[in-house]
Write a protein that binds this ligand. Sequence first.
Ligand SMILES: Cc1cc2nc3c(=O)[nH]c(=O)nc-3n(C[C@H](O)[C@H](O)[C@H](O)COP(=O)(O)OP(=O)(O)OC[C@H]3O[C@@H](n4cnc5c(N)ncnc54)[C@H](O)[C@@H]3O)c2cc1C
Length: 506
Amino acid sequence: MEDSPIHDIFVVGGGINGCGIARDAAGRGYSVFLAEMNDLASGTSSGSTKLIHGGLRYLEHYEFRLVREALMEREVLWRNAPHIIWPLRFVLPYVKGLRPAWMLRLGLFIYDHIGGRKLLPPTRTLDMRRDPAGRPLKPIFAKAFEYSDGWVNDARLVALNARDAADRGARIHTRTEVEDARYEDGTWTVLVHDHVKDSHYEVKARLIVNAAGPWVDHVLSQALGRSNVHNVRLVQGSHIVVRRKFDDPRAYFFQNADGRIIFAIPYEEEFTLIGTTDQDYSGDPHDVKISDAEVDYLCAAASEYFVQPVKRSDIVWTYSAVRPLYDDGASKAQEATRDYVLRMESGTGPLINAFGGKITTYRRLSEAMLEKIGEMLGEKGKPWTANAPLPGGDFPATGYEAQVEKLKEAYPFLDLRHARRLVRLYGTRAQNLLGLAKSVADLGRHFGADLYEAEVRYLIASEWAMTAEDVLWRRTKRGLRLSPAEAQTLDEFMKGLGRRHSAAAE
Ligand SMILES: Cc1cc2nc3c(=O)[nH]c(=O)nc-3n(C[C@H](O)[C@H](O)[C@H](O)COP(=O)(O)OP(=O)(O)OC[C@H]3O[C@@H](n4cnc5c(N)ncnc54)[C@H](O)[C@@H]3O)c2cc1C
């Protein structure tokens, strides 16, 4: 057995919800052990549309509680992580025959007024014949509304919550799968499988939090032996990434004739992200991938709006993920609630499940979970995460450019684009990564694009990265820029270092 102490809380799942809960709990003084069977954010939390948003569309389903809470979170999260979260303006063209202009205006009026907006600018109406946002679109779209929401680097939000949780004493174990859990004499004994060493060990805890996202029912039935489990509805959503379709820094919100909507968002400087779809899913969530029908749907929906159609041949990358929506019995996938539900499981030891939720509301979900934990284990600490920067986010919300300048002053050899990217990913911690480097040569081996050994070593040491995929597709998106041969070289380099070479793994 690796661990003799009895932890207060065992968290199953290293997605945004598991890591958010672990961070909040550790900060309140609980002892926490988190097990993630794969990499951090390898499930749904790296496959989102990456919006910190109220969810304008959810107003149509009268989800006022969710929308209000999510809107309020926009500025809270931006303030606490201004490197990986920033405001984004959305252009929503009015389309004759779809939602009437009064309905859009009313929705946006509610959006502007229920969400505690302080820094974000309000909605305005655009004449698309004059506004630059009209240029890449067909001339029939003469009028649009422009409103505020936010952008988030979803996978990094997870890694930073895990990092902060660990800095506050939580034990974070990736590639560690929960296979079984028994409750005896007031204590859980959880059997975990360490996939790196291919060995098993037991961990003891007083309470289990099941934050396994799309696997939440699987954990209940397989590891906890529950029968007739059906709490979440799995709904697939896919995105395509194409070469940049427009220069404008704003994103587009397109309504489709079928009542759904898609976004077209500036992405990683040279690209446009288009998504998403909504279709029921069955099977292992790790195997989810975009279907031909989804590609056709997204290309056709975007081509209704852009002058230059979006073609299959424009696609440089796709990704898909599965929403673990709480099953409220809605008939259509897009109508199922996006709200979260926390439920204590009866008939076992202390066990709380998290069903559903959004990236945007993860911090509030974590607070609600800590309230329930307090009821079961005895309260410790108070809510504290609303005013606590995430690692690297300890600079003013509007201070990104100043931060880039500071980094350039400290490391004049850095190319401006490189400096901007490092501040976007690591904020004030970019300096930890660059250390005493005085020249590009000091950054070590070059893997392609602007990815150097210093960054890879930092990600291994501080952020649980173990494979090239962890580095290229989750901690960074350098995968969009490295060739397959360069990615292979990185993979071999990391294997050579030894996967357990992670300080994060203690
Ligand atoms: C297409 C799409 C677009 C979205 N867009 C947005 C958006 O723009 N904004 C927004 O706010 N939200 C969005 N969401 C919702 C959001 O992404 C999810 O609600 C959120 O990521 C769920 O996080 P989670 O931690 O619950 O699940 P996950 O991220 O899936 O984490 C669960 C983790 O548990 C692990 N696990 C499972 N079983 C075990 C086990 N036995 N042992 C150990 N570990 C285990 C898994 O490997 C996984 O990493 C979107 C979702 C989808 C699918």
